[in-house]
Design a protein around this ligand. Sequence first.
Ligand code: HEM
Length: 186
Amino acid sequence: MNRDAGHFNLLARVLHWLMAAMILAMLFVGVTMVASLHWRPMLIDLHRPLGIAILLLVLVRLYNRLRHRPPPLPADLPAWQAAAAHASHWVLYGLMLAMPLVGWGMLSAGGYPIVMGGGVHLPAILPHNPALYAALRNAHSLLAYVLFATVVMHLSAALFHLWVRRDGVFQAMAKGPEKERNDDAG
Ligand code: HEM
């Protein structure tokens, strides 16, 4: 495992901000497409491939995360905050994997085609089963609420580090290698 002191590596930073935008878009696209008959066909055609792209990117991100140790949290961070940070990061990874898989499995169990656009269809990953479809449909909604709540907490914590503690934690994900943690502290 490589150690990158002070900041996350370039791939981690690019994937972090790209996926943050994609996930926020997916949450709003998802809510709008179930609420609006007018926008539904267009948004659902966007929702499926964007969700599968998130699934592929999170695999790359996990691989990178396991190969490159992230910068340590500040030594003076209260233990409960450090524990909450680690737990929420792994919850986010779990949800980034689970949401697309549940979406894909739900359409499979419902017997729907899994259309990516451009004539590309994905295979079903589950057998046709209406009861399973209903359970996964509920799970997809429930996990979306959990994802939204976790993203809001994550964002709040990031802004707390940036504006209140000013301890360089935010900069570790925002800046290039020329800046080390604690540059902006004080
Ligand atoms: C990170 C990935 C994903 C996120 C954040 C996400 C989010 C959402 C949200 C917020 C909803 C609305 C839920 C509700 O209000 O009940 C939704 C619905 C839906 N999602 Fe996803 N989704 C993701 C991936 C996928 C994937 C990969 C597929 C399929 C390949 C998919 C298929 C669907 C379908 C079909 C619905 C609407 C179901 C209906 O109207 O009955 N989703 N999604």
